[in-house]
Design a protein around this ligand. Sequence first.
Ligand SMILES: Cc1ncc(COP(=O)(O)O)c(C=O)c1O
Length: 364
Amino acid sequence: MLFVIQKIGFWAIQARVRCILASILGIMEEFDTILQKNANSTELRVNTFMMHNTPLDAIGNTPLVRVPFDSPATFYAKLEYLNPSGSMKDRSALFLVTQAEQQGLLKPGYTLIDASSGNHGIALAMIGAIKGYSVIITVSEKISREKLDAIQAYGAQVVMCPSTAVIEDPHSYHSVAKKIREETPNSYMVNQYFNPLNATAHYSSLGPEIIKQTSGTITHFFSGAGTGGTLSGVGKYLKEYDPAIKVIGIDAANSYRATQGNPQPYAVEGIGIDFISPVMDYSVVDAIETVSDAEAFSMLPILAQKMGVLAGPSSGAVAYAVQKQAKKFAPNDVIVMIFGDSGRAYLTKNFYTVRGARMVCSSI
Ligand SMILES: Cc1ncc(COP(=O)(O)O)c(C=O)c1O
């Protein structure tokens, strides 16, 4: 009898142990599935959004952020300063370098040379550091300290030139870059001011991105114009997508174009149409509006202190032009503005020190 009771107890314990084991196995299986799911989702997240071989793979896909102007319409700033070297010039500089490599014009060990108001030079300097090219950038005296330092921080050489009224002046940064190119063996001049591929870069990258991000609802596009590459490239893409989309360029009020050939000095960096170039395609541009230095700078503390967007002066110019006409837009209008670079590149110029900036905002 005792034996039978012992046997039953043993079976009960065995069954209990089996049960516990089964449930442990079950939990482990469940756990494995969860881990597997997490692993997969982590892998997906990592591969899609976070892991890149070099900063060059992280160029583009910058966010659109709402700007609460007082208007029935919807406004977005495309924060191009979130590109790896800090501006939309990452897109065009990489495109121009890659094309030159593919055409055999740029070979390992070569020196990259170009003229720049700063951001294109910073982008080229970053690309040179990654791809192993030496880089020489000619700049004009009005470049900010931060942009100058950034070019050099990437290991590039800077040649400072006087600010000249016209680009053809033999002392202009463009003319000096051409001369350096002639005197430097195994060198290639990217030539952002006269290379039409500058616009093609934005046609193939920024344009499609804006259509995708707005699900094709964009009605107006505003961009500063210097070389005209951003405006013309994106403008061409948008017009091909829907000819009704309005493309508006922002020029410096004292530029060569704005003054009909009688340019005066101006302080905004990046924008200003100061020459006739094959990069600028007026056939895809509906209007060009002009903004003075004071108007552009007046927007900077407002954007920083009311929106938390620390943007550079060309973004200030674009935002000023758009805000001025904000009430005229219709409720279904979707306006995209290019914010080309960050205010961090201009902090020593004291554009942001005005306290208590005022802006009339709508609620988002
Ligand atoms: C900050 C910024 N905004 C606007 C522009 C004008 O762009 P694009 O040369 O494509 O006309 C530049 C050009 O250097 C720039 O650096």
